[in-house]
Design a protein around this ligand. Structure first.
Ligand code: FAD
Length: 478
């Protein structure tokens, strides 16, 4: 009998699950209330990287003189055309997903999905009307939306979310970014390169304060931000703001997470800006799924759906994947897709487990940051005898050729066996270079395996080869 699978949400979790389930012979219905591609394509990965590409190009053009190119006249960004390009890239990709759904004979319904009962979903179609969708298995992939701060509610104009920041009509003269995590730091580089004066306020002691991000990467990033005149405050929070002469006057005070603040820490700081961009996290699209209480699905206190490694929820016929599972899993597009593949396989009778041990993280700041596996701290906490070996990009010919010498690559390995436990890179093309580290962690390679792998010259990938040579006590250049 053909298994009927309904999927709520057409982001990188939901549409990938749909394709795999259809490949495995299921009759699939994908329900998406806004646009195919979800947050990733419409409000996240892709549009932000279009902006980053222009920001980087602009920075490079301004450095053209160094490369022997004379530019006569002013160089400045045209935001209207940048947004047009962003919309075109996103539109083309959306069409690509639609073509894939047709190719795999997946029924696509544009509308809001809700639960009518066990085995039956309803869809309020965007074009009007309702449709019932019977299912044997249901996959929830409804993702998240930006989280406001109670003291800084979004108004879409002065106090904006990452969604609003991707649709700006002009570059603000000055902007304060609340939250120095991945999204906040990426926007800091974009907006600064496009001409805004940027200030970041982060409540924790460092930028990119994620456990998976190596502390040295944060240090290098902070140094590079200073070079670009991006101001940042760590261990601080926004206490209040008021409108003065068409500007926002923001008061910044000590973070509640800061233990034993000194008098200096407690002294309030005032910044005057045009806009505030709030990037303090995301909230799940779970409680807004009507009728979810008709199924036995366990949510945690914040509304994140609880799922096991088979991606099963507490209702054995319902799977959940992607950002909807919250920060206890990893909130990245490629993780959502990987979980989607697992859910699809299991929904048609498989027993596949999701493996979170080798998930690469890619952060598109300037320079880029990327990581996979354990940091030194995490490895030590897990009881490993840890060794770490770092090589600077400035030791590579290619880094000098392209004029990007800031940054480093670090291999975290197990002292005795040499097994690669983690790789942490900050530097040019770090987000591409991490692929080798991901394979190494996934396959349980040793630093000797990496050192014996020939890396092409002159390439940035040599940084991994060199770090591996160092890790076997045979450094050549570092
Ligand atoms: P989503 O992509 O959020 O998709 C969920 C979909 O479900 C949405 O389209 C929504 O409309 C739909 N939906 C909700 N409720 C219903 C309903 N009841 N019925 C029907 N449809 C419904 N990740 C990376 O890996 N790399 C990056 O570079 C990156 N950059 C990012 C930059 C920004 C600014 C942001 C905000 C995020 C970024 N992310 C990045 C994270 C990435 O976007 C998410 O991890 C990813 O989109 C999660 O996929 P998902 O399928 O779980 O959910």
């Amino acid at each position: 009998m053909t298994v009927k699978i309904a999927i709520f949400g057409g982001g990188p979790g939901g549409y990938v699950a749909a394709i795999r389930a259809a490949q495995l012979g299921a009759e699939v219905t994908l329900i998406e209330e806004h646009n195919l591609g979800g947050t990733c394509l419409n409000w996240g990965c892709i549009p932000s990287k279009v902006l980053i590409t222009t920001a980087t190009l602009l920075e490079n053009i301004k450095k053209a003189d160094v490369f022997g190119i004379t530019i006569n006249g002013e160089v400045f960004p045209d935001i209207r055309r940048l947004m047009e390009r962003k919309d075109k890239v996103v539109g083309d990709q959306r069409k690509g997903i639609l073509d894939l759904l047709k190719h795999h004979k997946i029924q696509y319904l544009k509308g809001t999905g809700y639960i009518k009962g066990k085995g039956l979903a309803g869809v309020r179609l965007s074009e009007g009307g309702e449709q019932e969708v019977p299912w044997d298995k249901l996959i929830l992939a409804t993702g998240t939306k930006p989280s406001p701060l109670p003291s800084l509610p979004f108004d879409g104009k002065r106090i904006i979310s990452s969604n609003d920041a991707l649709c700006l009509h002009e570059v603000p003269q000055s902007i304060l970014i609340v939250g120095g995590g991945v999204i906040g730091c990426e926007f800091a580089f974009i907006l600064s390169a496009l001409g805004a004066k940027v200030t970041i306020v982060e409540a924790l002691p460092r930028l990119l304060p994620l456990p998976s991000v190596d502390e040295d990467c944060s240090k290098v990033l902070q140094r590079e931000m200073k070079k670009r005149k991006i101001s940042f405050f760590v261990n601080k929070v926004v206490e209040s703001f008021s409108e003065v002469d068409n500007k926002l006057e923001v008061t910044i005070g000590p973070s509640p997470f800061l233990e034993n603040p000194t008098e200096k820490d407690k002294r309030p700081i005032t910044e005057t800006v045009d806009k505030i961009l709030v990037c303090v996290g995301r909230i799940p699209n779970s409680t807004n799924i009507e009728g979810l209480d008709l199924l036995n699905i366990q949510l945690d206190q914040k509304g994140w759906v609880i799922a096991n490694e088979l991606m099963e929820t507490s209702d054995p016929k319902v799977y959940a994947i992607g950002d909807l599972l919250g920060p206890s899993k990893i909130m990245l597009a490629h993780v959502a897709s990987a979980e989607g593949l697992v859910a699809a396989e299991n929904a048609v009778g498989g027993k596949v487990r999701m493996d979170y041990s080798a998930v690469p993280g890619a952060i598109f700041t300037s320079p880029e940051v990327a990581n996979v596996g354990l940091t030194e701290i995490q490895a030590a906490e897990q009881g490993y005898q840890v060794r770490s070996d770092t090589v600077l990009f400035r030791t590579l010919g290619k880094a000098h050729v392209i004029g990007e010498i800031a940054g480093q690559a670090k291999i975290v390995s197990e002292e005795d066996s040499g097994r690669v436990l983690g790789v942490h890179i900050i530097g040019p093309h770090a987000t591409d270079l991490i692929a080798e580290g991901t394979l190494a962690v996934r396959m349980g390679c040793s630093v000797r395996d990496l050192a014996q792998t020939i890396h092409a010259h002159p390439t940035l990938s040599e940084v991994i080869g060199e770090a591996a040579f160092k890790a076997i006590d045979r450094p050549l250049h570092g």
